[in-house]
Design a protein around this ligand. Structure first.
Ligand code: URA
Length: 497
């Protein structure tokens, strides 16, 4: 028996040379055994290679197959390749025969190796190191592949990250890409990699691509096998996201928009017919985006009349697509006015503000802090649902500045008629409609401002935003802020009383 010891680096090249010589000298497969050295070494010295006696011919596809199989963990991989090489001399078409056990076995190994390389490309995570000479970016990574693939997989990273230096350590070898040169060396112990901002980025990315409604744990673990998890920063989130998935999926189902039922279409058509005013005269519509607020509310229609007139509003194009106008509701002497963005899918069908998922969240938090919805006037900056039809769905669209301005007509009437002690504006559209300032809420929420009429205004997150925050911890934090803003609103009303 001839023992050929293959080195841990350059394994395939050495196997190919040895196999060519041995097969060329007519040595049968039963008399050869290949073993892979654990550390870089040389071809076994005890049995020098015989001089070749005949020229070998193999199809190109065999070399590709052999190069992949040579990376496989299975200790018999090179013996099998040698047996295949010999058989190919008499049966050049053998590789097409998947029923042949030798071919089938080699194909399976090839597939496993290619998959492992793919996983290394997808799951290797670099950590940033302090910059090198001349400020060159430097990174390091640790990865545990299943097969001996490092030499084959790493050139991909060098090609991709030409401008940075990196070191990739695996239990089998260490790869160094430095100054545009790739070198491989013996393995080193797992390095202590510094935690950097990239971990948080991976968390965010992973959470945002996770769709709880499509959760299939089996498919997920097939795509991201558990053996890779321990070196991936984002996988610490998986158990929590799986546990939370049914709740989030139910929430998404509840929030699904629908095509309005036929009766809603008829309702919409009937409501859009202009109707004579029962009492009071509405000032001629203009497009200036707001009413010059009168000194006395008497010049404006009462809320009930404004509601009737708003039902046939055509101040912007949204009226042509929505089912109906969703006017504000609540006591006409409410001290608190709550303003959202625009009716959603369910509000559009029901004709009432905040009755869908966002409304349910609002009701729950309000109840928790002791704010009774019945005490407040609840309305929206824009009174028609703006959406994009997508098959059977109506996808929420944010109203644009023109639509917000056109609808301020009604918001101004509501504000002027109610003269609330406090307005709570939820979300940036409400903030923009109430103050003319559309700046984000991060710096503004929870603080008292004045709206364009001088009324005290407290801005907070929109409940729909709370439903959309993907990361559970961030969602809870935002909900806590929302809750504390409602408490602040109640305190303000108590103190103002
Ligand atoms: N979102 C809003 O802004 N208002 C509603 O009435 C419902 C959802």
């Amino acid at each position: 028996m001839r023992q050929v010891v293959l080195p841990a680096l350059g394994t395939f090249t050495v196997w190919r040379e040895a196999a060519r010589a041995l097969a060329g000298a007519g040595i049968p497969a039963e008399e050869v055994s290949f073993t892979r050295d654990a550390a870089p070494g040389l071809l076994g010295q005890e049995h020098p290679l015989p001089p070749p006696q005949r020229q070998l011919r193999v199809p190109r596809a065999f070399l590709d197959l052999a190069e992949a199989v040579s990376c496989h963990r299975d200790g018999t991989a090179h013996d099998r390749l040698y047996a295949l090489l010999l058989r190919l001399q008499d049966a050049p078409g053998l590789l097409g025969d998947r029923a042949d056990p030798l071919v089938d076995g080699a194909r399976r190994m090839e597939k496993a190796v290619r998959r492992d390389i793919h996983k290394m490309h997808a799951f290797l995570r670099f950590s940033a190191l302090p910059p090198g000479e001349g400020g060159r970016l430097r990174f390091a990574a640790w990865f545990e592949p299943h097969n001996f693939i490092t030499e084959r997989a790493v050139p991909f990273f060098a090609e991709r990250h030409r401008e940075m230096d990196f070191l990739i350590a695996t239990p089998e070898t260490t790869a160094l890409w430095q100054g545009q040169r790739l070198t491989f060396g013996p393995p080193s112990p797992r390095p202590d990699l510094p935690a950097d901002g990239a971990e948080a980025l991976w968390h965010t990315y992973f959470v945002s691509i996770f769709n709880p409604a499509r959760l299939k744990v089996k498919a997920m673990t097939a795509e991201m096998p558990r053996r890779y998890w321990k070196n991936l920063p984002e996988t610490s989130l998986i158990p929590g996201m799986i546990a939370d998935a049914p709740r989030r999926a139910a929430q998404m189902r509840a929030a699904l928009p629908t095509i309005p039922p036929a009766h809603a279409v008829r309702l919409a058509a009937a409501r859009r017919l202009p109707q004579p005013a029962a009492s009071g005269e509405l000032p001629l519509p203009d497009t200036s985006g707001g009413l010059p607020l009168p000194e006395t509310p008497g010049e404006l229609p009462p809320l009930a009349e404004a509601r009737r007139q708003a039902a046939v509003c055509t101040r912007c194009d949204l009226c042509h697509h929505a089912t109906q106008t969703v006017f504000g509701e609540g006591p006409a002497d409410a001290e608190l006015m709550i303003v959202g963005e625009q009716p959603g899918d369910q509000e559009d069908l029901a004709g009432r503000p905040f009755v869908g998922p966002a409304g349910q969240l609002f009701d729950r938090v309000a109840e928790e802090v002791g704010l009774s919805r019945e005490r407040a006037w609840i309305t929206n900056a824009v009174k028609h649902f703006k959406f994009l039809p997508r098959g059977k769905r109506r996808l929420h669209q944010r109203p644009n500045g023109g639509e917000v301005m056109a609808c301020r007509w009604w918001l101004d009437i509501e504000r002027a008629r109610l003269r609330p002690r406090l307005i709570v504006g939820m979300g940036t559209t409400a903030a923009e409609a109430l103050t003319g300032n559309g700046k984000g809420l991060t710096q503004r929420r929870g603080k008292l401002e004045r709206d364009t009429t001088g009324a005290p205004l407290l801005l907070t997150w929109h409940p729909s935003y709370l439903l959309r925050v993907p990361e559970p911890a961030a969602r809870l934090a935002a909900e806590r802020e929302f809750r504390s803003d409602l408490v602040a609103a109640l305190d303000f009303l108590r103190n103002a009383a």
